[in-house]
Structures are given as structure tokens and as C-alpha cells.
Design a protein around this ligand. Structure first.
Ligand code: PMP
Length: 569
């Protein structure tokens, strides 16, 4: 049995700052053993540099059951923090945990003084996980009470929280504000831009209100704090996409800028007439026009991989598509119109065989399913903050270290140089080489908060959830006469479906859906070559985010039926 919270308060009060840090380490030493069976991936808490596992066991049953927090870490300071959390929460019921003011404990101990921003993130991650476990227990307990199910058997060791779409949705302020007519928004346009959870909005506000300064400039307190936060976002993102090092993460203004940087800075200086750039007709203009322009400038040829009739890349044509002349392969991991998920690992294998550089547009994939640039052997990967539940104006360009060394900067100015004389300049090493001028500092840190949030709710679980919504929507759309769905069956796509209804203009449809509080996108979705290929001028697109629910799918289908009745003669 550990110390009580009061005992810890008393000890802390008598110590100076240095001894308080030592005391934290001692608390960590005294932490009870953590069962090795619980050291699982699903019990991992992300957000801290060290490894942390957290679970809970339960004494008693129903609403009076008391939870005991079990946790461990490979860092002694974090073990000390765990000891404080255990003392604070020990023996409380789920309902008591949910209302317990843990911040007051942290304030009383003045914990901010002792721990780095990354540790603060980790601490917040542990608290959120504890609250999530308590939340599930509270729900289970009240369901048992409501159904009057026997409560004699104690609840088992608490599993890691399952994906709970309603719980996720509640974290998005904009989705919980009624529209003028009292309806809540049914937001089905995450492919264009995702909404932000409260923790991201709060993080941006925290930076602005508490320690904003330019990054990599000042050595005063704000400057140091900003640098820590900025660089810890870089590290978090490197881990999130499986990069080997944070040095491979370049912050940009978004996917479009990242792709242009690669096309102009890596491809244009090395392509020659006769070389081939291989891409697809399903690309967003951001991953099409830069390559088209590089081809025009260098005399290289732009080639397209053929599609199957259902809108997938035709793997049987890979043998002829990839040649010794293929120098760049630029492909989206997931189409923003067809929803198709492309076989990146297989494409990477083909690239290696012919020595081509693989550029992946991850704008629609990174926010929706796990990515590993190492496992997929990707040379360049780009994505946008605003589609990843983060702020606008920030994006990520991952480049394999050797590729970033080869790539030329295309924007010149402060921070990206190591030396400037009247005649010449020497570049800094990546990523600084590509980060000239003042970066979108608050947005980078906000994106870090968004990625941490995604890790905490679990990207694999988000993917599964969006797959389920996609299946439901696909089945519902299939029942509507004269409705054409573009792209493959649900098992080959992510959470995007585009369609057309005979006799109804997508713009008219969007307007009626809007009246019902259902927000979708219509038009060519920045994929004109694809729309030309499909011989259509526009389509209606539904795209899901982690916060969408089955009820959203039903609301959309109900509104679609009404629109059909209204618009068809
Ligand atoms: N690629 C894809 C697949 C996209 O969906 C988008 C955004 N619609 C982009 C690139 C461009 O992203 P951004 O506008 O954030 O630069």
C-alpha cells in the first residue's frame, strides 16, 4: 500500500525544489510491481518520451466498485508521477474518479516545476486514460443497474477502452453546438478538412496565452518553452509515422506545399528527357500538377498507371508501368474521390527494383489509418495538419534522411543557413534547410496535440470505426435506384464515398442536404483528370472522421431520400 495523498503533500511542503525532484524519484522506486501480462500495446499510454503502461483492477461490483490504478514506466520520474496518481485515485469509484479534481493535486504539488513539457503531455495522457477507464466502468455499471443484471461477479481487470464514437464526438465543440434550427451538424466533409477536438483548441490557446515566442530564436524562458514544445511535436510526429528520426520531419504549410517542394527541390534538378514520372489519374491536383510541370520543364515523360473498372490501381499492369526509366513514382495512399486505398508497400517494392523514388500523398491516409514510412519503405510522405484534426497552415513533409540531403531548398531566408557571405550561402542540415523564415509555430504545436489525441483514441480503432460507417453508407446507397457509386467495394476503400444520382445536379443535392444540417462536398474535388476519365463533371462526396456515428449515416440517408423526392419530377 503506497502513501496517502496527504502524506505526499506534507513531504513535498517541507522540501526545496531539488529535494522534491529526488522525492519524486523515491516515490517511483516504491511503486508496486506491474503484472507483466498487462504490458501490452493496448495498455500503452502515448505522449511521453518514455514507455508507459496503464490499466486498472476492480474490487466489488456495480456502481460501488472501487478501482485501483496499475501502471508502470521505464522512467523513474514517470514512476514517481504514477505513484502520485495512484495515491490520488486509490479506492475511488468510477464516478468519483470522473469528478475528482486531479489538477488541484498537481497545483498543490507545483508539479509543473519538476517535469518537462513532454512529461506533462505524458501525465495528461495517463490522466485521460484513467478517466477513460473510469468512464467505461461508469457506463457498464449503470447499464448493469438499468438492466438489473446480476452483479455478484466482480468486473474483470479493465480492458483498454474500446472506441466510443459518442465519447469522441463529445470532444468536438463545433459538433455539439446546435445550428440555427436546433439541429446538430452532421459533418461529412472531413476529407476537405477535419474538425478539431477541444484539446487541440486548448493547446493553441495555451501557447498564445502562456508562452508564445518565435521558435529557434530566443533563449529567454518563453523561447526555451516554445522550442521544447515545437521540437517535441516533431518527435511525436516522427514516432507517429514510423520515421527513424525527428530530423526526417520537415514542417510545411500543407500537403500542396510539401509536394511542390519535392517536385521542384528533388525531382526538377535531376530529371532529364527520357526519364519517366509515374503517377495515376486518381491524384488530387496537388500531386498531379507539380509533376506535370516538372515534366514540361525537364522533358521527362508523365506516365499513368492504369485503373481497373472499379477504380483500383491495376496491379497486373505494374510490370509494364515500372521501367528502368522510372525515376519518380508519385501516388496517393488513398484517393480523395474514389476512396481507394492503394497498395503502397507493393508499389515501394517495384520502386526499389527500378531505383525510383517513391513520393506518397498521405493527405487522406495519415489521419485515418496507421502509416509506417519505415515498413512501407517510403522515400517522401506528405500530409496536412487540418485534415489530421489539427490546425490549418501546417503540414508535414517526411523525407528519408538521404533524400532530404539530396533535395534542394526552394525557399531561402533565415534559419535555413549555416553561413551567408556576399557571394554564397551554406545550408543548414535537414530539417532546418527546408524551414526558412518563421514557421507556423502555434499550429505545429497544435498539430502535435492532435496527433497525441489520435494516438490516445487509437488510430487502428478509428480506422475500424470508419470502415464500419463506410460499409453502412455503401449498403444504404446501393439501395437507391439510379445512383452510381464511384470507386471500389468497401473492403478496398477508406471512409470516402463519391456518387451521382441520375437527373440530380450535385450542387442542388448539396443545397438540400444542407437544409437538413447534413454537410457534404460536391464538385470535382480537385481531381479533374479523374472526373474527365469517369466522364462526369462533378460528384457528391461523403467523407468520414473519427467523430462520425451510425446516426450520422442514417441522418444523411434520410436527407438524401427527401432530396430525391424533392428534386426528381
Ligand atoms: N492530396 C489529397 C489526396 C487531398 O485530399 C488534398 C486536400 N483535399 C490535398 C492533397 C491538398 O491538401 P492541402 O489543401 O491541405 O494542401
Amino acid at each position: 500500500m503506497g502513501l496517502s495523498l496527504e502524506e505526499i503533500f506534507e513531504e513535498f511542503a517541507d522540501l526545496d525544489r531539488e529535494d522534491q525532484s529526488k522525492y519524486l524519484l523515491e516515490l517511483g522506486d516504491g511503486l508496486p510491481d506491474f503484472p507483466s501480462a498487462l504490458r501490452t500495446d493496448s495498455n500503452r499510454v502515448y505522449g511521453c518520451q518514455s514507455q508507459v503502461w496503464l490499466s486498472a483492477d476492480v474490487a466489488g461490483s456495480g456502481e460501488t466498485a472501487r478501482l485501483r490504478i496499475l501502471a508502470d514506466s521505464d522512467s523513474n520520474i514517470v514512476r514517481g508521477l504514477i505513484a502520485i496518481l495512484q495515491s490520488a485515485y486509490d479506492g475511488l469509484t468510477a464516478a468519483e474518479i470522473l469528478t475528482f479534481d486531479i489538477q488541484a493535486v498537481f497545483r498543490q504539488l507545483n508539479l509543473q516545476q519538476h517535469i518537462s513539457p513532454q512529461r506533462r503531455n505524458g501525465l495528461r495522457g495517463m490522466v485521460e486514460r484513467i478517466q477513460s477507464i473510469a468512464g467505461r466502468h461508469a457506463v457498464i455499471a449503470s447499464a448493469l443497474a438499468a438492466e438489473n443484471v446480476s452483479q455478484s461477479a466482480p468486473l474483470p481487470i479493465c480492458p483498454a477502452p474500446r472506441f466510443d464514437a459518442l465519447h469522441v464526438r463529445r470532444q468536438f465543440p463545433v459538433l455539439n453546438r446546435p445550428l440555427g434550427d436546433g439541429l446538430f451538424p452532421v459533418y461529412l466533409d472531413s476529407g476537405a478538412s477535419a474538425q478539431k477536438p477541444a484539446c487541440v483548441i486548448a493547446k493553441e490557446r495555451e501557447v498564445e496565452e502562456q508562452y508564445y515566442a518565435n521558435a529557434h530564436r530566443g533563449t529567454y524562458q518563453f523561447g526555451v518553452r516554445i522550442d521544447e514544445e515545437f521540437e517535441s511535436a516533431r518527435q511525436l510526429i516522427a514516432d507517429f509515422i514510423g520515421a527513424q528520426s525527428a530530423h526526417e520531419i520537415v514542417f510545411t504549410a500543407g500537403t500542396t506545399v510539401g509536394l511542390n517542394m519535392i517536385a521542384s527541390g528533388w525531382a526538377a534538378p535531376r530529371l532529364q528527357p527520357g526519364d519517366e514520372i509515374l503517377t495515376t489519374v486518381m491524384e488530387h491536383h496537388a500531386n498531379f500538377v507539380p509533376w506535370q510541370q516538372v515534366a514540361i520543364r525537364t522533358g521527362a515523360q508523365l506516365k499513368l498507371m492504369p485503373l481497373t473498372p472499379d477504380g483500383r490501381l491495376d496491379a497486373t499492369a505494374f510490370d509494364t508501368a515500372f521501367t528502368e526509366r522510372t525515376k519518380v513514382v508519385a501516388v496517393t495512399a488513398m484517393s480523395n474521390m474514389l476512396g481507394t486505398i492503394n497498395p503502397i508497400r507493393e508499389i515501394a517494392r517495384r520502386c526499389r527494383r527500378v531505383g525510383a523514388c517513391l513520393v506518397v500523398d498521405g493527405a487522406q491516409s495519415v489521419p485515418h489509418f496507421p502509416t509506417s514510412v519505415a515498413a512501407d519503405d517510403i522515400d517522401f510522405l506528405v500530409f496536412s495538419g487540418h485534415k489530421t484534426y489539427g490546425p490549418t497552415g501546417v503540414g508535414v513533409l517526411y523525407g528519408r534522411r538521404s533524400r532530404l540531403e539530396e533535395m534542394e531548398p526552394v525557399i531561402f531566408g533565415g534559419h535555413m543557413i549555416s553561413e551567408v557571405t556576399i557571394d554564397r550561402s551554406v545550408w543548414s542540415s535537414p530539417p532546418a534547410k527546408f524551414e526558412a523564415g518563421t514557421m507556423p509555430i502555434v499550429q505545429v504545436i497544435g498539430l502535435g496535440a492532435a496527433i497525441r489525441w489520435l494516438q490516445q483514441i487509437g488510430l487502428a480503432a478509428v480506422h475500424q470505426h470508419e470502415e464500419e460507417l463506410t460499409r453502412q453508407l455503401y449498403a444504404g446507397l446501393r439501395e437507391i435506384p439510379d445512383l452510381q457509386i464511384f470507386g471500389p467495394a468497401p473492403e478496398h476503400r477508406g471512409g470516402i464515398i463519391s456518387f451521382r444520382m441520375a437527373g440530380i445536379h450535385p450542387e442542388d443535392l448539396a443545397a438540400i442536404l444542407d437544409v437538413h444540417g447534413v454537410f457534404t462536398r460536391h464538385g470535382h474535388h480537385c481531381t479533374m483528370p479523374l472526373h474527365n476519365y469517369l466522364n462526369i463533371s462533378g460528384s457528391t462526396r461523403v467523407s468520414f472522421g473519427a467523430y462520425n456515428t451510425s446516426e450520422d449515416v442514417q441522418a444523411f440517408l434520410r436527407a438524401l431520400h427527401k432530396a430525391r423526392q424533392q428534386l426528381l419530377p
